[in-house]
Design a protein around this ligand. Structure first.
Ligand code: ATP
Length: 453
């Protein structure tokens, strides 16, 4: 659990720049297609980033699917029948109003606070080129990516990349119920890619056009919706705290009537205080019977249930928890970033909770002789069977520690002269900097106790 505050105050834009550059330097996140100049707002996860994101996803999956008997997992395809998006309201309603500047060709959301004046009138001023009267009137822009299925580009074969994973759950809910013999109330969880042609992507991996969602849809009796909503709202906040995220930087935001999506009765965001301000990274929504009613109507397939007591027919209400895996990765990275003074020297540390850190321990022979490298390799081989570890014999021991501090590795294990005499090693704690001698044959249990799950 990590509740230490950043030791050195820094401007927030500078913090984002530092995070982006650390993410690249240490192999967390790279810009897509960088050798071609990059593809705007598309990012690739490097060796450490893929481990971090996988740890987050595994933890979510475990808490949703493995540790509960009332939630099943699925993995639906990204491409779905086009009628799904008609029924869900995405074809007609998944739009943002946008305006274009006729001079500099930049495109903005109509509600972009930087725009002065009313777009489409002679008074409107472009926030980029500064010309007046060059902004078009707002036009509605659908955020779904369109593509063509089959060899012929004709309207009949238009399909969409899903803008949310939820619909794959709704159209499968009867299949899942029957196959797993679940009864209402129960849930379905899914992790997968979603695509939105966002008008204003940005802030690193916060808002991208291709991203990953971890969504869980819980099907309940209509009269039990509010109880389940409260339960999930609280459970999600508890889960985020369990990742070691600073609780002072987490809060709920309730959607007012003007913010509620067309399908929602109640909605709460869980927000994090990012370097660029408080922003949502998970949404908890009471979607009522909107989705299943629409799919029942549109497909002609009965999606209702019969109450076991009253024998009345009803369409289940859905409580949704929708979390972005990339946004969560940004939350834990931003929350873990520290710059500290240690013995007159500055160090950068990613104080990630050990359970989600990509590498659990660095293993270092103090010098490259006297049997130390061989011993360190044996330690590495033993540990590698249980945890990701990293062998490093390059440069001074101080530099090796600092590289692993930046990578977020919670423990450093040094093989030194004394090891050769008594088979103990030094274990250094990334956060407290405390060093302890531990018998090499006790390292597995020593680390297991401290890594958490
Ligand atoms: P926003 O208002 O930020 O666009 P939203 O309200 O449209 O988000 P939802 O549709 O509720 O978001 O999606 C649920 C979650 O999916 C969000 O909380 C976020 O974590 C993630 N998400 C949505 N859009 C993006 C995106 N463009 N890039 C990365 N993650 C996203």
């Amino acid at each position: 659990m990590n509740t230490r505050k950043r030791d050195i105050a820094m401007p927030d834009a500078a913090l984002m720049d530092k995070l982006v550059s650390l993410a690249k330097r240490r192999g967390y996140v790279f810009q897509s297609s960088e050798i071609y100049g990059g593809l705007g707002s598309v990012w690739d996860y490097g060796p450490l980033g893929v481990e971090l994101k996988r740890n987050l996803k595994d933890r979510w999956w475990r808490s949703m699917v493995h540790e509960r008997s009332d939630i099943e997992g699925i993995d639906a395809a990204i491409l779905m029948h086009p009628k799904v998006w008609e029924a869900s309201g995405h074809l007609a309603g998944f739009t943002d109003p946008l305006v274009d500047c006729k001079v500099c060709k930049n495109r903005f959301r109509a509600d972009d606070g930087r725009i002065k004046g009313e777009p489409g009138t002679p008074d409107a001023k472009c926030p980029v080129c500064g010309n007046t009267g060059t902004l078009t009137a707002p036009r509605m822009f659908n955020l779904m990516f369109k593509t063509f299925m089959g060899p012929v580009e004709e309207a009949a074969a238009v399909v969409y990349l899903r803008p949310e994973t939820a619909q794959g759950i709704y159209v499968n809910y009867l299949n899942v119920m029957q196959a797993s013999r679940q009864k209402i109330p129960f849930g379905i969880a899914q992790i997968g890619k979603a695509f939105r042609n966002e008008i204003t992507p940005g802030n690193f991996i916060f808002r991208t056009r291709e991203f990953e969602q971890m969504e869980m849809q819980f099907f309940v009796k209509p009269e039990e919706d509010e109880r389940w909503f409260e339960e999930w709202k609280e459970a999600r906040m508890v889960w985020h705290r369990s990742l070691g995220i600073d609780p002072a930087r987490l809060r709920f935001h309730e959607h007012g009537a003007d913010e509620l999506a067309h399908y929602a009765k109640t909605a709460f965001d869980i927000e994090y205080q990012f370097p660029f301000g408080w922003q949502e990274f998970e949404g908890i929504h009471n979607r009522t019977d909107f989705d299943l009613s629409r799919h029942q109507e549109s497909s002609g397939k009965k999606l209702e249930q019969i109450d076991t007591v009253t024998k009345e027919r009803f369409i289940p209400y859905i409580i949704e928890t929708s979390l972005g895996a990339d946004r969560l990765a940004l939350v834990v990275l931003a929350d873990a970033y520290r710059e500290e003074e240690v013995a007159g020297e500055q160090r950068v540390v990613l104080a990630l909770a050990p359970a989600i850190a990509p590498i659990k321990a660095g293993v270092f022979p103090l010098v490259k002789k006297d049997g130390m490298p061989e011993f360190a390799h044996r330690v590495c081989d033993d540990l590698r069977r249980l945890f990701p570890v990293f062998y490093d014999d390059g440069g001074s021991i101080g530099r090796r520690y600092r590289r692993q501090d930046e990578a977020g590795t919670p423990f450093g294990i040094t093989v030194d002269g004394q090891t050769m005499d008594d088979q103990t090693v030094t274990v250094r704690d990334r956060d407290t900097l405390a060093q302890e001698r531990v018998p090499a044959d006790r390292l597995v249990s020593y680390l297991a106790e401290r890594l958490g799950s």
